[in-house]
Design a protein around this ligand. Sequence first.
Ligand SMILES: C[S@@+](CC[C@H](N)C(=O)[O-])C[C@H]1O[C@@H](n2cnc3c(N)ncnc32)[C@H](O)[C@@H]1O
Length: 146
Amino acid sequence: MVALACRRLEPWPQRSRVVHLDGTLPLPVPDGCADRFVAAYVLDLLEPAYARSVLRDAHRVLGDGGLLCVSSLTWGRSLAGRAVSATWAKLWRVAPSLVGGCRPVSVKDLLGPEWQVEEDVVVESWGVASEIVIATRDPQAVRRSL
Ligand SMILES: C[S@@+](CC[C@H](N)C(=O)[O-])C[C@H]1O[C@@H](n2cnc3c(N)ncnc32)[C@H](O)[C@@H]1O
């Protein structure tokens, strides 16, 4: 993944840096340094408590007006989608490696009140459902929780 990312980012050497991390939080970047935090098909691999910690750290890392962009396996909405996600989740419970370690999750349910959800859509392809969420920091919610 690192080699692939490096190749894809070659045209923008001044604007990109690829760093291989071990998942330890907090991420080694300053508060408010990013305008986007993108996680594609990662949260569905993580324990819910750790996924929530990642999202809290994303909130720290994003500056005002920053956007969180997350895609994840999720629960199907159509008949076929519901059947696929229920079967997927059952297989995951029996042997996670059978389904690559990931299972359907609800990204929206992982987000705390410090996020304002701008978009939350579910798309299905061959019965496999993905949730795509775009959220902004909600500074008022942070103030309310203090
Ligand atoms: C299904 S792949 C998705 C890769 C890429 N985002 C994409 O869409 O092509 C899941 C990725 O999550 C990474 N991963 C697994 N556990 C992680 C963790 N605790 N923290 C960060 N990344 C993790 C894996 O190394 C893998 O690259």
